[in-house]
Write a protein that binds this ligand. Structure first.
Ligand code: F0G
Length: 505
C-alpha cells in the first residue's frame, strides 16, 4: 500500500458526526473563568467545568474580567488596530517585559529580539525560517572563505592547481544545495502549517505533506546516543584545498546542514511528557558543537503554566530562540511571538519577513496586559499555577494509587498535567475494545465526562489514552473535588466494562 494514502486513512473520521456520536457536539454560548456554558433542550444554561482551557490558551481563565475590561477600553478609545509602517511602542513594551523575564529565569544579560506572529504554528515557522536564513548565511561565510583560499592557492601554484580548483568548485556548487535538516525529539508537536507540520512527529498529520518543506529527523526520547548517531549520519562537507610540501590536496570542511534543534520542554500532544534534564543538556552541547540554535517551543508550556513563565527554566535549558502563543493572547486575542537571542539574530530577517496582522495593537496590547497580570504581586500567578497544580496532581496520584489497573500514569508539571489510562484493547466490552483498538478511546471518556458530570476534558491528539488538564490558575478546591467525583465515575464505568454508559446509550 502507498505509505502516504495509508497514513491519510489514519486521519480522524468526519469530525462533526463523530463529535455528535460521542456526545461532544455541544454549542457553548458563554465562558467565564474555568467554566463553559451551553443550553440544554429546554433552553436552561448548563455549567461545564472546563479543563481543556482552549488547549492551554486560558491560563488566566476564559474572558478574564480585567482583560475584557481592558479590551473594551481599547475599542472605546478608538485605538488604531492597524498602523503598519509606523512606530509601535507597545510592541517594544511587550518585548521588554518578556526580556526582563528571560533575564530573571535564565540568569542572563543577553537581550532577545522579538518577531511577532498570529499563532503558535506561525511563531514556529518564523523560528524555522530565521534558523534557515542563519544557516544559509553561515554556509555563505564558509563558501566565501573557501573561495578566497582557492584564489590564493591558484595565485601561488599557478596552472598546477587548475584541475583541483575546478574539481573543488564543481563539487561545492552541488553540495551547497544540500537541503537543511531540523532535529526534534520523537513525539514532538509544533503545529500543522506546511513547515511546522514537518516537525510534528505524528505521521498521520505529517507524511501526506512531506514534499512541501524541509524535513526533520526525530530523535528517540532522552536517547543521547541516538542523537550523536543522527548528527553523524547527517554530516555533510564542502571541499577545500590545502598546500602540503608545495602541492595542493583536497580537504573537507563541515557544511552546516542542521538548521536547528527544536523541542518542547514539556511535550503536549505526545501525552504531557517532561523532557529529561540530562537530555536537555546533551541537546545544548550538540547544538553548540554544530553551531546551530536550540529553539524552545513554549507555545503550550509557557506563560506560567508550569509554575514559571518558561517551562524550560526548570530544565536549566536556555533557548537561542523561544516561541510563545496560546495564553499570550490572554484567551481573547490571537498572538504569537518568536524571540531570538541577539548574538544569533540576523537583522536581514526583517527585510524578508512580515505579516499584515502580526504586531497589531489590539493583540499586542492584550498580550502585554496578560504578561503584566502574570507578573503582578511578585508572580502570584506562577505560585498559584504551582500550588494548584500540586493539589490537582495529588488528587490524580491518589486515584492512581487506588486504581492502578485503570490509571497507568500521572505526568506533567504545574497546570499542564496528563492522566494516562491503562490499555483497554483487551476489554471484554465490544465498544470499549473497538475504540481502544482504533486509538480513540480518550474521546469516549470525554463524551462520558461531559454528559454525566459536566466536566470537559480531552485526550492529547497523539496519545489518546491520556487526558490532559490545562485549567487556569483560578482552579479551586471545589473544582478539584468535582473533577475527582467525575473521574471516580469514569473509573467505575471502566471497571464495570460498561461501554453503553460510556457512549450514553
Ligand atoms: N507548538 C506547540 C507546543 C503546540 O502545542 C501547538 C498547538 C503549536 C505549536 C501550534 O500552535 O495551534 O496556535 O498553531 N497545540 C494544539 C494542542 C493544537 O492541541 O495543544 P497553533
Amino acid at each position: 500500500m502507498n505509505p502516504v494514502t495509508e497514513q491519510i486513512e489514519l486521519a480522524e473520521p468526519h469530525l462533526a458526526g463523530w463529535l455528535a456520536s460521542l456526545g461532544l457536539g455541544v454549542e457553548y454560548v458563554r465562558a467565564a473563568g474555568n467554566r463553559l456554558y451551553y443550553l440544554d433542550a429546554d433552553g436552561t444554561e448548563v455549567e461545564v467545568l472546563d479543563l481543556v482551557g482552549g488547549y492551554g490558551s486560558t491560563i488566566l481563565g476564559h474572558n478574564n474580567p480585567e482583560l475584557v475590561e481592558y479590551a473594551k477600553s481599547l475599542l472605546d478609545a478608538g485605538t488604531p488596530i492597524h498602523a503598519q509602517f509606523s512606530r509601535h511602542p507597545y510592541a517594544n513594551e511587550l518585548a521588554w517585559q518578556v526580556n526582563a523575564i528571560i533575564r530573571r529565569e535564565f540568569d542572563t544579560s543577553e537581550p532577545y529580539s522579538a518577531i511577532f506572529a498570529n499563532s503558535g504554528a506561525e511563531s514556529i515557522e518564523i523560528a524555522l525560517k530565521h534558523a534557515e536564513l542563519d544557516r544559509v548565511m553561515r554556509l555563505a561565510e564558509v563558501s566565501a572563505q573557501i573561495e578566497r583560499n582557492l584564489v590564493e592557492i591558484q595565485a601561488s601554484l599557478g596552472s598546477a592547481a587548475d584541475d583541483l580548483v575546478a574539481e573543488v568548485r564543481a563539487a561545492n556548487a552541488e553540495r551547497v544545495l544540500t537541503a537543511p535538516v531540523f532535529l526534534a525529539p520523537e513525539g514532538s508537536f509544533h503545529g500543522k502549517l506546511v513547515g511546522s507540520v514537518q516537525l510534528t512527529h505524528n505521521p498521520g498529520y505529517r507524511t501526506p505533506f512531506r514534499a512541501l518543506a524541509a524535513q526533520c529527523r526525530f530523535v528517540p526520547q532522552d536517547d543521547a546516543e541516538a542523537l550523536t548517531k543522527i548528527v553523524a549520519e547527517e554530516r555533510k562537507t564542502l571541499l577545500d584545498l590545502e598546500v602540503v610540501d608545495g602541492a595542493a590536496r583536497i580537504v573537507e570542511r563541515d557544511l552546516p546542514v542542521i538548521a536547528a534543534f527544536v523541542l518542547e520542554p514539556i511535550q503536549g500532544e505526545a501525552g504531557i511528557r517532561e523532557l529529561d534534564r540530562a537530555f536537555a543538556a546533551r541537546v545544548r552541547a550538540v547544538a553548540d558543537e554544530l553551531g546551530c540554535p536550540v529553539v524552545i517551543d513554549e507555545v503550550q508550556s509557557g506563560m506560567g503554566r508550569s509554575g514559571a513563565f518558561f517551562a524550560s527554566s526548570h530544565l536549566g535549558l536556555q533557548g537561542d530562540y523561544f516561541t510563545l502563543a496560546k495564553s499570550l493572547g490572554g484567551g481573547i486575542a490571537k498572538a504569537g511571538l518568536t524571540l531570538v537571542r541577539s548574538s544569533r539574530y540576523r537583522t536581514d530577517f526583517e527585510l524578508v519577513h512580515s505579516s499584515t496582522f502580526a504586531k497589531d495593537s489590539f493583540s499586542t496590547l492584550i498580550a502585554s496586559k496578560t504578561v503584566e497580570l502574570l507578573e503582578a504581586a511578585d508572580g502570584e500567578a506562577y505560585r498559584l499555577a504551582e500550588h494548584r497544580g500540586t493539589q490537582l496532581r495529588a488528587m490524580l496520584e491518589k486515584l492512581r494509587g487506588e486504581f492502578p489497573a485503570v490509571i497507568a500514569d500521572v505526568r506533567g508539571r504545574g497546570l499542564m498535567l496528563g492522566l494516562e489510562f491503562a490499555d483497554l484493547s483487551g476489554s471484554p466490552d465490544d465498544t470499549i475494545r473497538e475504540q481502544a483498538e482504533s486509538g480513540l478511546v480518550g474521546y469516549l471518556f470525554s463524551g462520558y465526562l461531559l454528559r454525566a458530570h459536566a466536566v470537559r476534558m480531552f485526550p492529547t491528539a497523539s496519545a489518546t489514552s491520556t487526558l490532559r488538564l490545562e485549567p487556569s490558575v483560578y482552579l479551586d478546591d471545589a473544582d478539584i473535588a468535582r473533577l475527582e467525583t467525575a473521574l471516580r465515575g469514569l473509573i467505575a464505568v471502566l471497571q464495570a466494562h460498561d461501554g453503553k454508559t460510556l457512549l450514553g446509550i
